[in-house]
Write a protein that binds this ligand. Structure first.
Ligand SMILES: Cc1ncc(COP(=O)(O)O)c(C=O)c1O
Length: 484
């Protein structure tokens, strides 16, 4: 079903379109068409949504209907709008561009590179003592078969205790241990999303989640985030109108934007999802990483009265990705159904690694306090380097997580990523985080590497940006990068 954007909603997204400096030279209709194209290119206005009727938008913007009509004509001519008499006009990209959603993004091991593509820290120093203690525990398990499809009891209990301590009472039966957060997502999708079912995600979002959705052949629609985060009206409106089977959201320090969803929207989200018949998959990968000492809003699941919310989380971001420990928090019967689905995939996770997880969780207070300190310093150093070397970029300071989402001075993200690779820096360009080749004006910069590498990386990116202008190899936004 096509989502319709109301005139007032589009007007809010457009903001001060008429006050842009470049606009002084442009007729109203050209400026309006260009602002709408900008929203599409930034992924804030999804593809395939129906734009408001001309009169509705004209009223909302206080311009004449002729202006809107001419702007829509411009958009049709440039391939950004398709209209059918009686059915309305909906957003498209030129030449029918649409990128396959198989954009698996993985860092390669190359020690000479400054790798800013991977948003993950090295292991904490406590890793070795946790591993040693786990080895000492192992004999307790050796007499059994070693298969624990929902995870070993002591790790399930430790994870449940963490939720209870956050104010979300949880029993071990509600926890299923997985091989990382992505594995948790994949299992949930297997259980809940039939092939071709509609799924709502944020744009931008975590690329490997898009790959998991592509693997399930889900029909993905997007909710575009802006510099302040989620637009409550549009997000809830999308749920009401499209009634997706499932929505995958990252409310805590969203990857890549770093936004934190406010408590009131969390509550509205759960209520609206319940009415729409949508299951919410809430990815809490970054929940342990507020960096400004701020109190955290209640977990999304704390507003759930009907078993609509499945929370996924894990140890990769606060502890170490190499541990491959994640989990699902759901109702006890859902956990049993997930375990049944798992039997046809990998049966169970490694016992020794789970024991390491138990010991690391016992040291969580210390490990996470150190991580927060390290990340806050790295964030501030990266922001300072970007302000010095790339002053034309707009970057909102995230209050947590591990990434900055930079708005560039032009639609050059893919070209810049290619150029900077030859200077020994790897970055993930904006389109990696979207489903349709948009987001060319954005670049994700993680602050998980040591500070000297971050500063050196920014210097090289600035040099590559300068070269792009000199060599004139700047691509047009209308030719989105295809991601295989
Ligand atoms: C939002 C989000 N979810 C899941 C993952 C993957 O976690 P794991 O390595 O535990 O599978 C990441 C890793 O970057 C992430 O950013």
């Amino acid at each position: 079903m096509t989502v319709t954007v109301r005139g007032t909603q589009l007007a809010r997204l457009l903001g001060r379109w008429h006050a842009l400096p470049a606009r002084r030279r442009l007729p109203d209709y050209v400026a309006l068409a260009s602002a709408i194209r900008g929203l599409l290119a930034d992924g804030r206005l999804p593809l395939g949504v129906r734009l408001p009727a001309e009169r509705d938008l004209a009223d909302a913007l206080s311009v004449s209907r002729t202006t809107v009509s001419a702007a829509y004509r411009e958009l049709r001519e440039s391939g950004h709008l398709t209209s059918r008499r009686g059915a309305g006009s909906w957003t498209t990209l030129p030449n029918g561009h649409r990128v396959a959603g198989s954009g698996l993004w993985m860092a390669e091991d190359d020690l000479d590179l400054i790798d800013l593509s991977c948003a993950a820290l090295g292991a904490p120093q406590e890793m070795m003592s946790a591993a040693t203690a786990a080895l000492a525990d192992l004999p307790r398990y050796l007499g059994g078969a070693g298969y624990h499809p929902t995870g070993i009891g002591e790790l399930r209990a430790a994870v449940a205790d963490q939720y209870t301590a956050r104010g979300l009472p949880t029993s071990p039966e509600q926890i299923m241990i997985t091989n990382g957060v992505l594995h948790a997502l994949d299992l949930v999708l297997r259980l809940l999303v039939p092939v071709g079912a509609p799924v709502l995600v944020e744009s931008p979002t975590y690329p490997n989640a898009l790959a998991a959705l592509a693997g399930r052949r889900a029909r993905v629609s997007t909710h575009g985030l802006d510099e302040t985060g989620w637009d409550a009206d549009l997000l809830l409106g999308s749920l009401r109108q499209t009634r997706p089977r499932l929505a995958y959201l990252i409310p805590e320090f969203q990857n890549p934007t770093g936004h934190l969803m406010p408590a009131p929207l969390r509550e509205q989200l759960v209520a609206t999802a319940q009415r729409a018949g949508t299951d919410l998959v809430i990815d809490e990968s970054f929940v342990d990483l507020p960096l400004d000492g701020q109190p955290m809003p209640p977990a999304v699941a704390s507003f759930d009265r009907h078993g609509r919310v499945l929370t996924i989380g894990g140890m990769s971001k606060p502890f170490w990705g190499g541990l491959r420990i994640g989990w699902v928090r759901a109702s006890a019967p859902t956990v049993q159904r997930l375990a049944a689905a798992r039997v046809g995939v990998d049966t169970a996770g490694p016992v020794l690694d789970q024991l390491v997880g138990v010991h690391l969780l016992a040291m969580a207070d210390k490990v996470i306090a150190d991580r927060r300190k390290q990340l806050a310093n790295a964030r501030d150093a990266l922001l300072a380097a970007a302000a010095e070397h790339l002053p034309a970029w707009r970057i909102t300071r995230p209050s947590g997580g591990v990434t900055l989402w930079a708005e560039l001075d032009g639609p050059v993200s893919s070209a810049l990523a290619r150029a900077v690779e030859s200077m020994g820096v790897r970055v993930a360009p904006g389109p990696r985080f979207g489903v349709d080749g948009t987001l060319e004006r954005f670049l994700r910069l993680p602050f998980t590497q040591p500070i000297p590498e971050l500063i050196d990386g920014v210097r090289r990116i600035a040099a590559a940006r300068y070269d792009l202008d000199r060599t004139g190899s700047r691509p047009q936004w209308s030719e989105p990068e295809l991601i295989a």
